[in-house]
Design a protein around this ligand. Sequence first.
Ligand SMILES: CC(C)(COP(=O)(O)OP(=O)(O)OC[C@H]1O[C@@H](n2cnc3c(N)ncnc32)[C@H](O)[C@@H]1OP(=O)(O)O)[C@@H](O)C(=O)NCCC(=O)NCCS
Length: 216
Amino acid sequence: MQCENKYMSSILSKDSVGIFTHGINIIRNMMKNNSCKIIPVHERPDLLIDCCKLINSEWPSSDTRRLRTLSMSCDSFPTCLVLLNNDNVIGHCKISLVPNLNDSCFIESVVIDFGCRSQGFGSILMKGTEDYVRHKGIKNVYLSTKGQEKFYEKNGYSICEPINMWDNRTEIISTNPVLTNKQTQIFSGPPPPPMPKYSSTYSPIITSKTYMIKQL
Ligand SMILES: CC(C)(COP(=O)(O)OP(=O)(O)OC[C@H]1O[C@@H](n2cnc3c(N)ncnc32)[C@H](O)[C@@H]1OP(=O)(O)O)[C@@H](O)C(=O)NCCC(=O)NCCS
């Protein structure tokens, strides 16, 4: 997908002078913000197919399954948001509430169209998603990732203990080396809410994913 015209690219090309490039990047993102819009997909059913194609281009699955998930999007969660650039679907994420944790949501299936990556759209999607959930009273945003930690760190997320999205009786154990060495845990703000109590009668779920949190 063509995300910038030739004229913009020539003005906004990478510069070898770091400070100047930084300023250019800020202007670039401001200009993009004007052509970008984030909306819940259930407000634009005409975009369902494009959104389905975008998600399946990253994580192939049947259209039927994707469309079923997308069609569950609603104002009171789960909500699927789409990032539009000049009315083209270039990004998606799904937001769900976290069972047993107040004022908390979990973001998943964050994806930017392949041809539009590394141009700041991922950050625009995260920022827009955070604004959306903040207006709904959400205070903690959780997600899990394997490989995109740096992207989320740049967007203000810090590594946290795994959270339980299923029930409060199953323990989630992370094999993430950062969490196995407790001394290296870094939280940028106040401590996250207490974890739900687990019962030892259920087998734990072992995950190699990195869980991250941002407090809004
Ligand atoms: C992850 C993803 C959404 C990022 O979107 P993007 O539009 O490429 O990200 P941005 O251009 O907004 O990047 C923001 C910053 O994060 C950095 N970044 C992005 N991806 C990165 C990565 N994989 N490793 C290190 N840094 C990364 C960028 O360099 C940029 O840094 P800067 O502000 O210093 O320039 C996109 O690459 C994608 O859709 N990937 C495939 C799906 C996926 O893995 N989703 C995450 C599931 S957990």
